[in-house]
Ligand binder design. Structure first.
Ligand SMILES: [Mg+2]
Length: 249
């Protein structure tokens, strides 16, 4: 089973539109993973496979904790994406095996990561209708972070590129990164509207620089991305992504 600490169930009771969002924006920026397409559930499945592979060495919770620690060490060095997971899983397994990593464990880890890379692709319900409704009226931009090769492959595979003007694979999603993104598109921060599932990556930094954000909750949140929602009337929370067109048109 999936370790509870990695999985957060979001209460879907909040739905608010604090500010009138119509006639305010020319561009809309969309996060990709778990906003346009499913992502985190495949990582949770990979972690469950990893726990089965290492079950002789560790219980699932201890393993999860160790993997989490290795991920936090590796992300600043290697960035986001499945290759960093490969390193994190290998580091964790190496530590558990006392430095003598059996070949079958390493091969098993590589298979888990390969499966993660070539998993079935699932667009989130309501995404295509939403993009179709917005694409003639706004310049739509994908603003995602992570490994460029992986993100571009997903973007091409998604079939959604017809609705977007542009994709930005950002190194990270800090306030500084969003200021750069705004300036690249000749926008002031207050002209930015970011749509995404992650409070930490898609909402808080955009609000902090003076922009607007729409949060599309996803039921699984990566521990690395967990954060309380800031208080701001520039944040709108929707239940589903296809609630967005009526807020903007
Ligand atoms: Mg996301």
């Amino acid at each position: 089973m999936l370790p509870q600490q990695q999985t957060a169930r979001i209460q879907h009771h909040r739905s608010s539109a604090m500010t009138d969002l119509r006639n305010r924006f020319t561009h809309i920026f969309f996060d990709a993973d778990d906003t346009l397409w499913e992502n985190e559930s495949f990582f949770r499945e990979a972690e469950a496979q990893f726990a089965r592979l290492l079950s002789d060495w560790s219980g699932p919770e201890g393993l999860q904790q160790l993997l989490w620690q290795k991920q936090e060490e590796n992300i600043p060095v290697f960035g986001y994406g499945s290759k960093t997971y490969l390193i994190g899983m290998t580091d964790a397994a190496m530590e558990l095996c006392g430095g003598n990593l059996p070949l079958e464990i390493y091969t098993g880890i590589k298979k888990i990561i390969r499966d993660l890379t070539y998993h079935e692709f699932r667009i989130i319900e309501g995404v295509e209708e939403t993009l179709k409704a917005l694409c003639g009226r706004f310049e739509l931009v994908v603003a995602t972070k992570g490994d460029v090769t992986e993100q571009m492959a997903k973007y091409r595979k998604s079939g959604l590129s017809q609705y977007f003007h542009h994709i930005e694979v950002m190194e990270n999603k800090t306030e500084e990164n969003y200021l750069e993104l705004a300036s690249k598109h000749n926008l002031k921060p207050e002209q930015m509207l970011m749509v995404g599932n992650s409070v930490k990556s898609d909402i808080a930094p955009v609000i902090n620089i003076g922009g607007y954000a729409i949060n599309t909750p996803h039921e699984i949140v990566w521990t690395h991305e967990m954060m309380d929602m800031p208080e701001s009337d520039r944040i709108t929370i929707v239940k589903r992504i296809d609630d967005i067109p009526k807020l903007l048109l």
